[in-house]
Design a protein around this ligand. Structure first.
Ligand SMILES: [Ca+2]
Ligand SMILES: [Ca+2]
Length: 418
């Protein structure tokens, strides 16, 4: 269109510039022709050209250049940088950093921390570790837990003379005060047994003392007391030599105490012992009781305790190499001085063997002994549990024991019974 209108203007200008009018035209007609031609053309050309030419160029260039530069450059530069970056940095980071971190950390952590302690134990009945049992919310070792011993909630209580209850193998066991025992297994009765004196539970629950075998069922200081070493030996053929607790009169008034037992020959009980370094004193009562049971010390069971001894088989006086036996009927009494007894006595007639068939000195003779002893009368053996007789007649100090070698005190002298 632009070209077309420019051509028209040019044709009109050419026609006008060529001078057609002066050569053959009518002035009036020419003016009239020119007027209409110029006016419409100028108006049309200018009006049409300017508005159309200028705006299109400017509009197109501006809109296209600016639009492209701005809209394309700006959006490309700005949007990619601003928009993508921001969302990429913010959204992904936030979403990825927060969501993944928060979710895995928060959710798994709580269950994992709580789970081992609570969830598996609380929820799953069979989740208790081996050896533990479920009691409500917790797993308990019913074998040892004093609050749930053998069963949930079955508490071990401390009864009388019990300091505390403990659980052993699912059974409540009283922690008893010293000397007491829970022998019935019943916590309600506490530690009902005095183990120091109970014949049925002597020293320990169920350890009964048998009168049939020990000669007494007495329990002394937690030990079964026998009436003699022979009783102990009869109850236990494996019993060896040594000190044992004996109650010589059983339920009688004598206190049980330690005695030395020689288990050979059925069990001999030692009631007097003198070592060469410690001659026994002139004393009829018990001497040196704390040394009872010892072979390396001097001591003697005195009156009245010795009067309660009733041997079943015999008495026996020994030194290092000799043994003299006496009838069991002899009642040893250190107060009796046989120097003053002019008749035969079971306590002054000694025998060579336990069979009591052959007298050492052939029968009775005077003997300057107290309690028990024989006089060799210069023929064989003279052995005394305690020297007696008039001081002027005695071969040695009163009260001293003498060996068969009467003139010597270099041997240990002992008095036994069985
Ligand atoms: Ca009890
Ligand atoms: Ca007694």
């Amino acid at each position: 269109m632009t070209v077309r209108w420019r051509s028209v203007v040019c044709v009109a200008a050419v026609l006008q510039a060529c001078g057609d009018a002066p050569a053959g035209s009518v002035p009036g007609a020419d003016v009239a022709d020119v007027g209409p031609d110029l006016a419409p053309d100028a108006v049309q050309d200018i009006g049409l050209d300017l508005p159309e030419d200028a705006p299109p160029a400017a509009a197109l260039d501006a809109s296209e250049d600016v639009g492209l530069d701005v809209t394309m450059d700006a959006p490309l530069d700005a949007e990619p940088d601003a928009v993508p970056d921001a969302p990429a940095d913010a959204a992904p980071d936030a979403a990825e950093d927060i969501a993944p971190d928060a979710a895995p950390d928060a959710v798994p952590d709580a269950p994992m921390d709580a789970a081992p302690d609570l969830t598996p134990v609380d929820v799953a009945p069979d989740a208790c570790p081996a050896g533990l049992s479920r009691c409500g919310d917790v797993c308990i070792d019913l074998a040892t837990d004093p609050a749930s011993c053998g069963a949930c909630g079955r508490a071990c209580v401390a009864g009388a003379r019990a300091t505390a209850g403990r659980c052993e193998a699912g059974r409540c066991v009283q922690a008893c005060e010293a000397g007491y025992g829970d022998c019935d297994g019943d916590p309600a009765t506490g530690c009902e047994v005095d183990l120091r004196a109970s014949p049925a539970h002597c020293g320990a629950c169920g350890n009964g003392c048998s009168a049939a075998t020990l000669g007494t069922d007495r329990c002394v200081a937690g030990r079964c007391a026998a009436r003699s070493c022979a009783a102990l030996r009869g109850a236990d053929a494996r019993a060896v030599d040594g000190a044992y607790l004996l109650d010589l009169d059983g339920p009688g008034p004598l206190a049980a105490r330690s005695f030395y037992c020689d288990m050979t020959g059925g069990g001999w009980t030692l009631v007097e012992n003198q070592v060469p370094s410690e001659p026994l004193p002139d004393e009829t009562a018990t001497v040196n009781p704390t040394a009872f049971g010892r072979l390396d010390a001097s001591w003697r069971l005195g009156v009245p305790d010795i009067l309660a001894v009733r041997p079943a088989a015999a008495w026996k006086l020994t030194d290092a190499s000799t043994a003299v036996y006496f009838r069991p009927a002899c009642v040893v009494d250190w107060r009796i001085n046989y120097t003053d007894v002019p008749t035969a006595s079971d306590c002054t007639t000694g025998y060579t063997t336990e069979a009591l068939t052959s007298a050492v000195n052939g029968g009775w003779i005077y003997c300057s002994a107290r309690g028990i002893g024989v006089n060799n009368s210069a023929r064989s053996c003279s052995m005394r549990g305690s020297e007696g007789g008039p001081a002027a007649q005695g071969a040695g100090p009163h009260g001293r024991a003498y060996s068969c070698n009467y003139s010597s005190t270099t041997e240990r002298v002992s008095l036994w019974f069985r």
